[in-house]
Design a binder for this molecule. Structure first.
Ligand SMILES: NC(=O)C1=CN([C@@H]2O[C@H](COP(=O)(O)OP(=O)(O)OC[C@H]3O[C@@H](n4cnc5c(N)ncnc54)[C@H](OP(=O)(O)O)[C@@H]3O)[C@@H](O)[C@H]2O)C=CC1
Ligand SMILES: CC(C)(CO)C(=O)C(=O)O
Length: 311
């Protein structure tokens, strides 16, 4: 199976690197600055599960052909349009796309560009970051990639990926209902990003305050109600796990969006909170805490753009 990974950032570099480490035929579609880093120093991953430092195959969009079976899409939401243009030559063949982005809106955008049959469902669970020097830092021992077919015709490729990935050093799971699992992940990330970015602190610091846990619980209830109104009520066992993660005393857990805020990077506020709130509005649901988080991140984004423009 020939795999193309768009983006050698935190998630693409980590999961692509682990697949390459396990002997799969992985190529990274990158832009020239990242290609120079990877050609100069190889792919570097620091991880409690074992470091990776290896040469990897890279190509830029002008070198792309249609010989790939699977494209793992690992860009931020604001880069989706450029990513679609970049992978278009590979989509002339039989390739299918496995997106790792948080949220859900990208599925519709990819379906419109390449047809629904080309687009699997997918998500990842990891805390990782890309340093300015190009190292991927995996921040805790947890890493999972969950994926699955959205149409029956996609099932053989999904099963082939599982078979080819025996021995890979992360949890790879073929989901029986990937769209439901993407919704559940959206409920988690909207709450985690909303709370940790609004409070500018990890979970442990928030729940150490007298009203912290109640605030997170209320935000989780808002996200849950929006998912339920779309026909994707999170399963009770999943909600119980999320509640545990989101209210754990002393937890260092924070959303990758908070790491982006702290680094002064753009944030996926429209994709993760804006889109969810659009669906809340359409269903006539109030979600005041999620609205407050969106407003706060909107201000951050506007100020970030202003100061980037004045430099
Ligand atoms: N980081 C995390 O812990 C987690 C992230 N996620 C989600 O995963 C998604 C990806 O996030 P993450 O990996 O952190 O993001 P990063 O910013 O670390 O990496 C994205 C990479 O994509 C590359 N890229 C973007 N557009 C293109 C293009 N057209 N051609 C080639 N390369 C491109 C960027 O390259 P360049 O340097 O050239 O801009 C960048 O290196 C997001 O939706 C995020 O919410 C989900 C779970 C955890
Ligand atoms: C919820 C979490 C931490 C899990 O991977 C995540 O997706 C993120 O921080 O972007």
């Amino acid at each position: 199976m020939k795999i193309l990974v768009l983006g050698a950032g935190a998630t693409g570099g980590y999961f692509g690197g682990r697949l390459a480490e396990a002997g799969l035929d992985v190529h990274f579609l990158v832009r020239p600055r990242r290609q120079a880093q990877l050609k100069g120093d190889g792919l570097r991953v620091e991880s409690p599960l074992g470091a990776i430092h290896r040469a990897v195959a890279t190509l830029t969009r002008d070198q792309l052909d249609d010989g790939f079976d699977l494209i793992i899409l690992a860009c931020k939401a604001w880069d989706l349009g450029a990513a679609i243009e970049a992978i278009a030559p590979a989509m002339r063949g039989q390739a299918r796309i496995l997106p790792l982005l948080n949220g859900l809106a990208h599925l519709g955008t990819l379906d419109a560009a390449f047809g629904g049959e080309a687009v699997l469902g997918g998500l990842c669970q990891i805390a990782a970051t890309l340093t300015p020097e190009g190292t991927i830092r995996h921040l805790n021992p947890f890493s999972a990639l969950i994926f699955g077919p959205r149409q029956d015709s996609q099932r053989p490729l999904c099963e082939a990926l599982v078979a080819a990935s025996a021995g890979v050093r992360f949890d790879l799971r073929l989901s029986a209902d990937i769209v439901q699992e993407m919704w559940e992940k959206w409920v988690l990330i909207a709450t985690l990003a909303g709370a940790t970015c609004l409070m500018r602190a990890p979970i442990g610091a928030i729940v150490a305050q007298p009203d912290g846990a109640a605030l997170i619980e209320a935000m989780l209830a808002e996200s849950q109600a929006i998912a339920a109104s779309a026909g994707h009520e999170p399963r009770a066992s999943v909600l119980a796990r999320f509640r545990g993660l989101l209210t754990e005393a002393g937890s260092p857990l924070a959303a990758s969006m908070l790491r982006d805020v702290e680094a002064g990077n753009p944030v996926e506020v429209d994709h993760i909170l804006g889109d969810l709130l659009g669906r809340a509005d359409a269903a006539g649901l109030g979600a005041p805490l999620l609205h407050a988080a969106r407003c706060q991140l909107g201000i951050f984004e506007a100020q970030r753009r202003l100061s980037a423009g004045s430099r």
